[in-house]
Ligand binder design. Structure first.
Ligand code: B3K
Ligand code: ZN
Length: 869
């Protein structure tokens, strides 16, 4: 490797020496040679006559002027432009040329399909012009875009359209002005030919906002749900958070080539088309839920992210953790709170905990970063949201909202830190968050071990709580955290026992702040059953020695649905662990009738939401199970999960069949109730696929289906149970949808998750499918990332073929799109959790990658950490 990329440290933050208050951008769009003229008002903030260091990447410099005069006191450096001998205040003109067509990184200005679009967060603006590309420099942007009118009838940027005109050569231009000062990462530009869905939202103060969703021509019939979700988001933010939209127009553009889910650019969100386009024929219920969540998320950023932004990128969780919390609350208020919570918790307990254990482990506010794009992580987002949720639990809704209000009063229009946020929460509530702040600086997952003791004579119940956090990569020492531990006690009949001590009521959320604490409760008439970590009140691993009977009791009697589900998961976990040992010892998988009965009880419970029952009957993923082990046995885990599923299916076949048929619906709607019924019906189908009637049922559902949810449920069942009908379905689907990459992604995902022995060969062959394109991140994620990340038995094939495949892909993507490569490499980072032979093979692949010429920063950072260098 030529030059080793350098790390940046949070502790090194320095306020900018110059700032830019206004910038006028002028784009002359051409596929391979776009000209950008940037005229900025620059002000020196530093006392001394400092050099102005502008960031720049992959730019061709055309000219530099200061106050309208050509300027020669500058130097092009490896990372930008350094200007000297500058006055204290001046107008800086910089003209650059860029090549959008060659921009396969999808960062900066690039071409997606026939159009132009941008992605600037975190550091993409520097690929457009030389600039102070850091979030604490906030400027008012005016943007003029000129392009060929026939090819690009729509020219969009942030803010309000202020002027437009026609040119003689078939070109036209539009000028936009964003009245809100913003950092460069929120800049956006789009040019293209679209169909537009228009609507209107009247805000709580009676202002009309124009809503526009831009989609590729022919896709207008797939934009309605996104529009509904946008209006719901705007209304919800007013009602729950008292936050009103602030511009007269809100635009969303759907593009096919996009590295992430979406981007919250001020007034002009750019979305991965996956999170906009949906109708019943092309999208599943899960897709609809994803659209609602992501539309909400980007909209909510307008206040948490845009109005108050981040001082530096180490503070990313300030906007992301908070905005994830907000979008989770939005989905929970509109749909099922329990089901939303369950799915969010699955992500934290599965992949986030895995991240915490691996070489990339970092606090939600990282201390050291080589490539910022590597830190848009589950830790910053999902654990970050859990940290906000814990504050919400500790403060309560009212205090929390008072804290939000104070936060906006103090920081609106500025770039803030995570500390600023906690301070506002503390000041508004009067609740001491000193120890709580450690969640921001400490990496790793705490283990909370609980033991209980009932004193029948004194009628007292003792709950002893210990916490410990194992050392993580780069952080040896760990401190005790402030952990809100939500509990409830039940008597034998399932009645709630009021918590009290010395005659006073005790709140059900215990403040665990020490390494070891004992909580004592009086007047407990008989030995209770305890429900612990209700609602997953903290992102921790809970250890408590529940008996089967207690778990079955909680599955029925716990007052809240989440706790019931969690009890079911703990019961499953016990038997999965025992059976992994059985399988390793050559014994058969055993699953007692009493445990089956507990799940049968859940299946038949008439008072429960079918969507919730579907979750009760969902086994933990093989990846989540892998996380329970120091050394993972992929084959044993796969066998146990398969066998338990088959046992449940066989034992409950009659009930599953009856419920499956009873839940059929005459037509498709996207109301919660209809979705819930489909969720349970399709969960039943996934079990029934393991029985003798499986092939016939799955085939019949595929044939009869008039919507993508049921179609995909049938295909997924056929795929995972390797049914005879699989081949014909796969062919039929591909014939029907080859023209539509977004729909074909579902088919690619099935090929990636294919349990068949020849899965890798099929995946390789699938890469030649006309709808596949390694340069499109969605295609690559569904086929390749799904194979490597979610098909453990095939990826970890003993001959190392899966590993070699991943290295081939990573090598190709290292030059075309290192951001996507860096996400794909994740399975390799866990190599230390596998047996010796597999470790050796994976390590060798990592070493091959380390030796690559021009290894991108993104991969460099992860490879280096994984190898422990
Ligand atoms: N803020 C963007 C993420 C940008 C990713 C940069 N690599 C999407 C979001 O979290 O809303
Ligand atoms: Zn976000």
């Amino acid at each position: 490797m030529a030059e080793q990329p350098k790390a940046k440290y949070r502790a090194d933050y320095k306020a900018p020496e110059y700032t830019i208050t206004d910038i006028a951008l002028d784009f002359d769009l051409q596929d391979t040679a776009t000209r950008v003229v940037a005229v900025s008002k620059v002000k020196r903030l530093a006392e001394q006559d400092a050099a102005l260091q502008l960031d720049g990447d992959a730019l061709t410099l055309i000219r530099v002027e200061v106050n309208g005069e050509s300027w020669s006191d500058y130097e092009e450096t490896a990372t930008g432009l350094s200007l000297t001998k500058l006055p204290a205040e001046f107008e800086l003109t910089i003209e650059t040329e860029i090549n959008p067509e060659a921009n396969t990184l999808l960062e900066g200005l690039y071409k997606s399909g026939g159009g132009f679009c941008t992605q600037c967060e975190a550091e993409g603006f520097r690929r457009i012009t030389y600039y102070l590309d850091r979030p604490d420099v906030l400027a008012r942007f005016t943007t003029k875009v000129t392009a060929d009118k026939a090819s690009y009838p729509y020219l969009l940027s942030n803010g309000n359209r202020i002027a437009e005109g026609e040119l003689e050569n078939g070109r036209h231009w539009v000028q936009w002005q964003d009245p809100f000062p913003k950092p460069s990462y929120l800049f956006a530009l789009v040019a293209g030919d679209f169909d537009v869905l228009r609507d209107k939202f009247t805000t709580c103060t009676g202002r009309d906002v124009e809503l526009e969703i831009f989609v590729d021509k022919g896709n207008l019939d797939r934009a309605d749900y996104a529009m509904t979700s946008l209006k719901n988001s705007m209304k919800w933010d007013e009602e729950r958070f008292g936050l009103e939209y602030d511009l007269d127009i809100y635009m969303i553009v759907a593009v096919d080539f996009f590295n992430m889910g979406a981007m919250e650019n001020k007034g002009l969100n750019i979305f991965n088309s996956k999170f906009v386009l949906a109708n019943s024929k092309t999208a599943t219920d899960t897709d609809y839920q994803g659209i609602e969540a992501v539309i909400g998320h980007e909209y909510f950023h307008n206040w948490t992210g845009n109005r108050v932004t981040c001082r530096d990128w180490f503070q990313l969780s300030l906007k992301e953790g908070l905005t994830v919390f907000r979008d989770q609350e939005f989905s929970s208020d509109l749909g099922s709170r329990a089901v939303n919570r369950i799915n969010n918790v699955r992500v934290v307990r599965g992949p986030q905990f895995a991240e915490d254990r691996g070489p990339m482990s970092h606090p939600i506010r990282p201390d050291k970063v080589i490539e910022m794009n590597n830190f848009y992580t589950l830790t910053v987002y999902e654990k970050g949201s859990e940290v906000i949720r814990m504050m919400h639990t500790l403060l309560g809704e009212q205090n929390f909202q008072a804290g939000m209000k104070l936060y906006f009063e103090r920081h609106d229009g500025t770039a803030a830190t995570c500390d600023d946020f906690v301070q506002a929460m503390e000041d508004a509530s009067g609740i001491d968050l000193t120890r709580f702040r450690r969640w921001y600086s400490q990496a790793g997952t705490p283990v909370v071990s609980v033991t209980t003791d009932y004193d029948a004579e004194q009628k007292r119940y003792h709950v002893t709580v210990k916490q410990r956090t194992a050392p993580t990569a780069e952080q040896e020492e760990k401190q005790a955290l402030h952990i809100p531990l939500d509990i409830e006690l039940y008597d034998e009949q399932g009645n709630v026992i009021e918590l009290q001590r010395n005659g006073e009521a005790v709140h059900h959320v215990l403040d665990v702040t020490e390494e070891e604490q004992v909580f004592v409760f009086d007047n407990v008439a008989s030995k209770p059953v305890i429900s612990l970590l209700r609602e997953f009140s903290a992102p921790v691993v809970l250890e408590y020695d529940y008996s089967d009977e207690e778990l079955v009791f909680l599955m029925v009697h716990a007052r809240n649905e989440f706790a019931r589900w969690d009890a079911g998961q703990m019961l499953l976990a016990k038997y999965i662990r025992d059976n992994v040992t059985n399988v390793q010892q050559g014994k058969a998988v055993e699953f007692p009738a009493s445990v089956v009965d507990a799940f049968r009880g859940a299946l038949l419970a008439e008072d429960l939401d079918p969507a919730f029952i579907a979750e009760m009957l969902t086994l933990p993923s093989e990846n989540e199970i892998a996380g329970w082990y120091k050394q993972v046995d992929v084959d044993a885990i796969n066998k146990v999960v398969g066998d338990i599923k088959a046992i449940l299916a066989a034992e409950m076949e009659d009930e599953l069949t009856a419920i499956y048929h009873s839940l059929a619906q005459p037509s498709y709607t996207i109301e919660h109730e209809a979705m819930a019924k489909r969720a349970l019906r399709n969960r039943c189908l996934s079990y029934l696929a393991c029985t003798e009637q499986g092939n016939a049922l799955v085939e019949a559902q595929y044939q009869a289906s008039d919507n993508m949810t049921d179609t995909m449920a049938a295909m997924a069942a056929a795929n995972s149970s390797e049914l005879a009908c699989r081949e014909a379905q796969m062919k039929d689907f591909s014939d029907k949808w080859t023209h539509d990459g977004l729909v074909m992604d579902k088919w690619f995902a099935l090929q990636g998750a294919n349990p068949a022995e020849n899965a890798l060969a099929v995946v390789r062959e699938t890469m030649n499918h006309p709808a596949f394109d390694l340069k499109n991140p969605n295609r690559t994620r569904n086929l390749v990332a799904n194979f490597c990340g979610n098909n453990p038995v095939r990826f970890h094939a003993k001959d190392g073929s899966g590993y070699a495949f991943l290295t081939e892909i990573l090598t190709a993507l290292n030059s075309s799109n290192p951001q996507v490569a860096s996400r794909l490499i994740e399975p390799f980072l866990k190599y230390r959790q596998y047996d010796e032979a597999r470790q050796t093979l994976m390590r060798a692949e990592l070493e091959k990658l380390a030796a690559l010429e021009n290894l991108a920063k993104d991969l460099f950072e992860k490879v280096q950490k994984a190898l422990g260098q």
